[in-house]
Design a protein around this ligand. Sequence first.
Ligand code: PEP
Length: 269
Amino acid sequence: MPVPCFVANWKMNKTISEAAVWLREMEKCQPLLPASGWEAILAAPFTALASISEFLKGSALKIHLAAQNVHFEEKGAFTGEISPLMLHDLGCRYVVIGHSERRLQFWETDLLIRQKIKAAGQAGLVPILCVGETRRERKEGKTIRVIHQQLKKGLRSDDPKSGATPNSRKMILDRFIIAYEPVWAIGTGETPTPSEVETVHREIRKFFKPAMGEKADEIQILYGGSVTEQNIEGFMKEPDVDGVLAGGASLSAETFYKMIDRGIKAKNR
Ligand code: PEP
């Protein structure tokens, strides 16, 4: 069973001093959680990564650092961009790639997302690949088709020699996390039902089976989209929901702590 995983995605929120307040609050709450058997990841803005990394070095706080975006080149003439090497150097272990806000507001294509995933893996970062359908795609019954395309274009090798059939072609890297985030549920207060989420997660795991076999059972598949301390248990009770990615609700350390606590309990019940 994958270890339950809780991702806080702060988006474009929090200054360095606000980040420090959050970390100190989490530091107070975290000893109340089980010592192991779960993991937490904080995807902070670039400007706060260095100070958070320093804070974590001197703290018992159990949280891994992630960036919310990355460029696909190691270095060079890319004004305003941040490379995977730089993130790794800062102490990041994870990076969120393909978030719908980047796909839709910054025109990120599946090809660009694939390049970023590859580069992140090569630099020793674990990508958290976000996939999900728009409201219109859902209405048209295209959810699974859209997600398959995003997974295929983002992760599946295009080398015909890497598998007996196109479906069994290897992935371009071994370690990654998938976040299923229906676009219409992000920041809206609307969510699919837990059983609808479970159906999609099961399909996502099935997608990886031909290429990865039993290893597909170890992939952490997270749900994201208006998760709160009130609704998290419903999602976490589902067998293929291995955690959540929370935006708005993660801005409060107390709420994020409660979500982890309830999420772990729901999983262990
Ligand atoms: C997100 O940041 O991807 C997200 C799911 O946000 P929210 O929890 O606010 O819907």
